[in-house]
Design a protein around this ligand. Structure first.
Ligand code: ADP
Ligand code: ZN
Length: 788
């Protein structure tokens, strides 16, 4: 059998099934020997015939009676592994219950020792002693807040179906195996007692009853919970995902455009047929209603629905609307959920307690049974791409899942990615268009203010008079405004006026940003923080100057210009506090805030009816980046934020301050003209052979030892070059644009051309060089979103 191991290894491993054992199905977890350890792996299929007579080791135990994951998800995990050149163990883990044991550390050192006891109904209860947890998915944190409502439940996944040693002792079907620390054997008795009591109670009992006569069993119960054998849940808390109050359950009367769009998707939902749709609709054109109607059509056929959104914390309105519409059948996979809550949600979905799942990137692997529709809202968002292994893009995975499950996939955006629009142009996706805003207001009026001229005239570098007056007018009329600057912090650099050096991160090759009114410095890449130095690190000069500005300083400037305004800030610094984002958004929605200043976080799918002005402090942030997506990103951000103005019955106005008003990204964003932007951008992609004209594979080598990283990069580049002619180009090796990160030097080899050939060449080069074991410092990024 081929077994994927939860280790960062590029390949699956072959094992033998002991004689007379039934052959475990694909998707069943097994334990296998790996070096001196036993690890849990997942059967991925029969092994290819071995070249030569290899002595395969035996599988030592079968963990599951039936696969935890359905076949389409197994296929999907395998596809992710193949497409993104990612270790199969890491890819299969995506489809398993979350909050598991960090898989790379899941190990079982000692061979379990066994003791047997009798459960209430006479079947043997087995205690397997070991020093580590056996399951991938375990370790849940306590969920319940109200102790009286807490219920303990034996988990099916704690079962060991077949184990060699158990078998030797005459146990064919072990009822349950409990894994505990061999060194802590006496504690095992308490755990055995808890298991026995739970078995006696039919697998499920209130915690209070379980420990009433022996309070000392609480510790044992906790250990079982940590090991994943017992799940402790709060029935009431589990059933109500955190959503903002409000939201309407009322379905709207569809516009003609909405009805046309739905009319194209509905037949595929009804027949259960694959098809990918790109719903391209300007901001405020009513895409959400199309999603919901399609979802209702799937639910009516008793099929499940998956709705992906870039970031749950930023889309409380979508979540709220969905909760109001679909009621308790919604599961929200919130990034704020504790490990235990996430684990519970996974099981609720798997057990069909919920039929509509809303979540970010990783929810694309949610175990929705009998799925009928996948929606990917804001499909252009970069947060759909995972920036650690496996480096998958949730939109592309969603389309593949749709293919495998045979169901429609609906991608929506006001600013589609250049890739998706190209796919629509080629007929790979079907294009659905919502050309106009709902309501009479139409799009907001956009004005560009040339900052160069304003600065020459001696104006404030943050708020030009035009923007300041527009803000003041809103305040007077009791309307609201959004102010965007896509850069958090106070100032962007600390400059020594004597030697001209700027303070940079000790770990990375980037400048430090100033925070808290300049009191602290912070690296936005590695998180390094320190009090702002009082002297230059190089020349010891004491004349230091703050330069550039971030959102913190914008708040200060707005407050100074409009002392009576109630101003709040929304950016990543705020998001680190649980619930803070929702609070700021809720108070803005309630009208308790007049002006909301923020990064791209304010540009997301919000629908605030009283916002009539959007100001952009510096529309060129990001255009200067040496990245092929700089223009696309800027166009998307500006179009999206402009779309926040004037969405209800009040007309909207947008003011963009810019140094580069002629740039096409700005011009077409002002005109809200996606089609023209696309044409112009594709010219650039064709000239430079950038995606979607050619595919990219980026291979990054990292090491604290610069020579080691550069030599490895050299070796790889040499090997893949042999396969390159006529298929792809090899650029580099060269310093990565971020040449040093977290004290590691980085070199990159960038391949451009035919994806399948590049993937194959890299796969062979890596395996040839490093064997099955992945070299620790190499990161392969297939279809990178950025080459920065
Ligand atoms: P988008 O997601 O395309 O930006 P929304 O789905 O947020 O747009 O819709 C914009 C506004 O129009 C929302 O307030 C929504 O309630 C309203 N709306 C959508 N469809 C209709 C409809 N058919 N009739 C009336 N109002 C609608
Ligand atoms: Zn750093």
């Amino acid at each position: 059998m081929d077994v994927a191991l939860p280790l960062p290894l590029q390949t699956a491993f072959s094992y033998r099934v002991p004689e007379k054992w039934p052959v475990p199905e694909r998707g069943i977890r097994v334990t296998v020997p790996f070096g001196p350890r036993r690890v849990i792996g997942m059967v991925t299929g029969p092994s290819p015939p071995a070249g030569g007579e290899r002595a395969l080791k035996d599988i030592t135990a079968v963990v599951d009676e039936e696969p935890l994951i359905a076949p389409p998800l197994l296929d999907l995990a395998q596809w992710v592994s193949d497409h993104y050149l990612a270790p199969p163990g890491e890819c299969y883990r995506l489809a398993l219950p979350p909050a598991g044991v960090r898989a790379s550390r899941a190990k079982i050192r000692a061979t379990p020792k066994l003791s047997a006891d009798a459960s209430a109904d006479g079947e043997p209860v087995l205690l397997a002693l070991s020093s580590g947890p056996l399951t991938f998915a375990a370790l849940t944190r306590r969920v319940g807040r109200d102790p009286s409502a807490r219920v303990a439940r034996l988990r099916a996944e704690g079962k060991v179906v077949i184990d060699q040693e158990l078998e030797a002792r005459g146990f064919r079907q072990a009822r349950i195996a409990v894994l505990i620390d061999a060194a802590a054997a006496p504690k095992a008795r308490g755990q055995a007692e808890v298991i026995e009591r739970l078995c006696g109670a039919g697998g499920r009992a209130p915690v209070a009853d379980l420990v009433r006569d022996r309070p000392s069993l609480r510790g044992a119960l906790q250990r079982l919970e940590r090991a994943g054998t017992v799940r402790i849940e709060d029935e009431r808390a589990m059933r109500s995902p955190e959503v903002m109050p409000g939201g309407s359950a009322r379905a709207l009367t569809l516009t003609v455009d909405q009805r046309d769009a739905l009319g194209q998707i509905a037949p595929l939902i009804d027949d259960g047929r694959y098809g990918a749709f790109l719903l391209s609709g300007v901001t405020g054109s009513g895409k959400t209603e199309v999603y919901f109607r399609a979802a209702e059509a799937a639910l009516a056929r008793d099929r499940g629905v998956l709705i992906l959104t870039p970031e749950i914390a930023l889309t409380p309105f979508l979540v709220r609307a969905a909760a109001a519409r679909f009621g308790p059948t919604v599961a929200v996979l919130h990034s704020d959920l504790s490990a235990g809550e996430r684990h519970d949600q996974w099981w609720r979905i798997r057990e069909r307690e919920t039929r509509v799942v809303i979540g970010a990137r990783s929810a694309v692997f949610a175990p929705v049974d009998d799925l009928g529709l996948i929606v990917v809202d804001e499909e252009h968002e970069s947060s759909y791409k995972q920036d650690e292994s496996p480096r998958y893009h949730a939109r592309d995975v969603a389309v593949m899942r749709g293919t495998l499950e045979g169901i429609p996939v609906l991608l929506g955006s006001a600013t589609p990615s250049v890739e998706s629009y190209t796919n629509a142009a080629k007929g790979k996706y079907r294009l659905l268009v919502l050309p106009a805003r709902i309501g009479a207001q139409g799009m907001a009026r956009v004005e560009v203010v040339d900052r160069r001229e304003m600065l020459k005239a001696g104006s404030d570098p943050i708020l030009t008079p035009v923007l300041r007056e527009a803000l003041a007018a809103r305040l007077e009329r009791r309307e609201q405004a959004l102010v965007l600057l896509n850069r958090r912090g106070y100032a962007t650099s600390l400059l020594c006026r004597e030697c001209g050096l700027q303070a940079s991160c000790p770990n990375c090759s980037v400048l430090l940003t100033l925070h808290q009114r300049g009191r602290n410095v912070e690296c936005h890449y590695c998180g390094h923080q320190a009090p702002t130095p009082t002297a230059c690190g190089a020349c010891k000069g004491e004349y230091l100057r703050l330069s550039g500005h971030g959102t913190e300083k914008v708040v200060e400037a707005v407050q100074a210009a409009l002392p009576t305004a109630r101003v709040e800030r929304l950016d990543r610094d705020l998001a680190v506090r649980r619930g803070a984002v929702q609070k700021v958004l809720a108070s803005f929605e309630a009208g308790e805030t007049d002006i909301l200043v923020g990064t791209q976080m304010i540009a997301k799918g919000h629908d605030f009816p009283r916002v009539t002005l959007v100001g952009v402090i510096d529309a060129d942030v990001g255009l200067g980046l040496p990245d092929f997506r700089a223009a696309e990103r800027t166009f998307q951000l500006l179009t999206q934020v402009a779309g926040r103005a004037g969405r209800a019955d009040l007309p909207g106005e947008v003011i963009l301050q810019s140094h580069l008003p002629e740039h096409y990204a700005l011009r077409f964003a002002c005109a809200q003209d996606y089609a023209s932007f696309y044409e112009r951008e594709m010219e650039f992609r064709r000239t430079m052979a950038y995606p979607p004209v050619a595919a990219l594979v980026n291979v990054i080598f990292r090491s604290r030892d610069a020579d080691q990283a550069s030599q490895a990069a050299e070796t790889l580049a040499d090997r893949v070059r042999a396969d390159a002619p006529g298929r792809f180009r090899v650029l580099g090796p060269a310093f990565a644009p971020l040449a040093k990160l977290r004290q590691e030097h980085r070199f990159q080899v960038l391949l451009k051309g035919d994806r399948a050939s590049m993937r194959e060449a890299v796969r062979r080069a890596l395996v040839g060089q490093f064997g099955a074991v992945r070299w620790p410092g190499v990161a392969v990024d297939v279809d990178p979103l950025t080459v920065l």
